[in-house]
Design a protein around this ligand. Structure first.
Ligand SMILES: *[C@@H]1O[C@H](CO)[C@@H](O)[C@H](O)[C@H]1NC(C)=O
Ligand SMILES: CC(=O)N[C@H]1CO[C@H](CO)[C@@H](O)[C@@H]1O
Length: 244
């Protein structure tokens, strides 16, 4: 190789640019290697990682078979900075994955969604969903109750209500942000619902988002902290909050 200034520059740049590459989403669910029924949520401690080696995890209950709908009904409960990868969540559960702080969820596949698939409670910071998918969600897949940012890359969602909702009426409300790239979505109502009165944003890399039979890319609501049903303000309209 002749080390012209150009070759040297591109070698330097390729070393410097160590960002994780995004990749196309896939809707091919992995085959379960095992079945695990948990009596209580599997907790992943702060800063720790758990690789499920594509076992199918559940709680051995039917959707709606528990009343609380809180952390104790989750399949996985992640402390701040924890990571979960390579798991299948079965239909026999209510609350999927709960992140109490920032978390990274890689290749988490939901065969069915009950209440919500993944709930994000971080007060600030950034959580990541990379790879994986969810199907059969009457309502929400990604529920953002805390603050900060959620980055979703390479995700497949099928038969759903909302892929993402920034909580419209939680007791404590935050400004929340979400970014989407490499999404395949089919048969659903809306990809993102956000509260424009709290300054939320949803940013879509539309060149990498594929939709089929989805009513709206992004809706804005007037959220509140009083528990009222939030009023919808805009539907499938690109604006300063819904950026698509
Ligand atoms: C929503 O908006 C997008 C982008 O403007 C458009 O392509 C799509 O057809 C709209 N969807 C519906 C259901 O109107
Ligand atoms: C604080 C706030 O914005 N409250 C609102 C909650 O949502 C209801 C229904 O849209 C509004 O009437 C409140 O003003």
């Amino acid at each position: 190789m002749i080390f012209t200034p150009f070759v040297v520059l591109s070698l330097v740049l390729s070393v410097v640019d160590a960002r994780p590459r995004s990749r196309a989403a896939s809707c091919d669910y992995p085959e379960a290697t095992d079945d695990v029924t948990l009596d209580e949520p599997k907790e992943i401690a702060a800063g720790e990682s758990f690789d499920g080696a594509y076992a199918r995890y559940g709680r051995g209950i039917e959707c709606g078979g528990q009343s609380e709908g809180g952390d104790s009904d989750a399949v996985f409960l992640l402390e701040d900075g924890a990571s979960l990868s390579n798991v299948i969540i079965g239909a026999d559960q209510n609350e999927g994955v709960h992140c109490k702080g920032s978390c990274t969820l890689t290749n988490v596949w939901f065969e069915a969604v009950c209440e919500d698939a993944m709930t994000f409670k971080q007060t600030s910071g950034t959580s990541y969903v990379k790879g994986g998918g969810a199907k059969g969600a009457d309502d929400k897949v990604l529920q953002h109750n805390g603050g900060g940012t959620l980055i979703v890359d390479s995700f497949c969602v099928q038969d759903f209500g909302k892929l993402y909702r920034s909580c419209g009426n939680c007791d404590t409300m935050y400004e929340r942000h979400v970014e989407f790239s490499n999404i395949i979505a089919s048969s659903g109502k809306v990809l993102a619902g956000i509260n424009s009165n709290y300054g939320d944003t949803a940013i879509f890399d539309m060149d990498t988002v594929t939709v089929d039979d989805v009513d709206s890319t992004c809706n804005t609501y007037k959220g509140n902290d009083s528990g009222d049903e939030p009023e919808e303000l805009t539907e499938n309209e690109s604006n300063e909050y819904c950026q698509f």
